[in-house]
Design a protein around this ligand. Structure first.
Ligand SMILES: [Zn+2]
Ligand SMILES: [Zn+2]
Length: 282
């Protein structure tokens, strides 16, 4: 979905879930979504034809050889500046000066950050966060939201080339990142789809199997729902102690009318329930 603001507004009006997010959190996400929609237009106009983008392979992105082209650096740098302005406005206590400074000195520090994020190399990410004076979670939040419109532009351009029937992995066939949400689509014979936390591409995944570690032992897989929320459930795995939140769409529910990026922030009660039971997000 290109602009998450409409869905957020409608969901808050219609679902009776408006108590879930505080007013300033709603404003915060609206600003982030506005920034992402604007950036998606800008990045969508880039050539996106570097060698590390491999249209015939899966994942399409070869994160190890990723570089930022000279014409990509100015808009990405500007995007980081815009995002950090928004984050500073909303979180007055956070200081992004060092991150701003490190990302304004050419593309090399950016490339190191993007590669560490895509590889989910937490040791490197922690070191980079520390050098910027940020906690690792804040740092990853900033990186994901900064890069999301860039990788969304890639997914828009190349997503149609993904051969979904040849891909049954728990990570994204476009960018290789991990899923933040799943959905089970009644209108598509109850098939399950995973939604990329970074580029927002969705791909088909097996119904029985942990989307975190791939475990297929049904004795170690289960799910629970939160009272009163029949459309949502948490799928968990006792092999890796991971979980994923799932939206269950009925047979007559248009799959297009469900924005999992927004559903993710509207279902924090499910995250708390899962974490209370000792499960962790991927
Ligand atoms: Zn992706
Ligand atoms: Zn697992």
């Amino acid at each position: 979905m290109r602009d998450h603001r409409d869905y957020l507004d409608r969901a808050l009006q219609n679902s009776g879930r408006d108590g879930l997010l505080k007013k300033d959190s709603v404003e915060f996400y609206r600003s982030i979504y506005a920034y992402q929609a604007e950036r998606l237009d800008v990045y969508g106009r880039l050539a996106l034809d570097a060698g590390w983008i491999r249209p015939a392979a899966m994942p399409i992105i070869d994160s190890e050889s990723l570089t930022i082209a000279p014409e990509e650096y100015p808009p990405l740098s500007e995007g980081m500046g815009m995002l950090l302005d928004t984050l500073s406005e909303m979180h007055a206590g956070m200081n992004f000066d060092r991150l701003r400074e490190s990302f304004s000195g050419g593309s090399a520090p950016m490339e190191r950050a993007v590669r560490a994020l895509l590889a989910r190399d937490f040791e490197t990410l922690s070191a980079q966060a520390g050098a910027s004076g940020l906690g690792v979670e804040e740092y990853i939040f900033a990186l994901v939201n900064w890069l999301k419109p860039f990788f969304m532009a890639l997914a828009e351009k190349f997503g149609a080339l993904v051969r979904q029937d040849e891909w049954m992995e728990a990570h994204c066939p476009v960018c290789g990142y991990y899923p933040d949400m799943a959905r089970i689509v009644g209108a598509k014979d109850g098939r399950r789809f995973l939604h990329c936390a970074l580029c927002e591409y969705e791909w088909h995944y097996k119904r029985i199997g942990c989307p975190v570690c791939g475990n297929e032992n049904t004795e170690k897989l289960g799910y629970f729902a939160v009272e009163g929320e029949t459309a949502y459930r948490v799928d968990y795995c006792d092999e890796c102690r991971g979980y994923i939140k799932t939206v269950q769409l009925g047979k007559f529910h248009e799959p297009e009318n469900c924005d999992l990026t927004v559903e993710n922030i509207l279902t924090v009660d499910l995250d708390s329930a899962a974490m209370k039971k000792g499960y962790a997000r991927p």
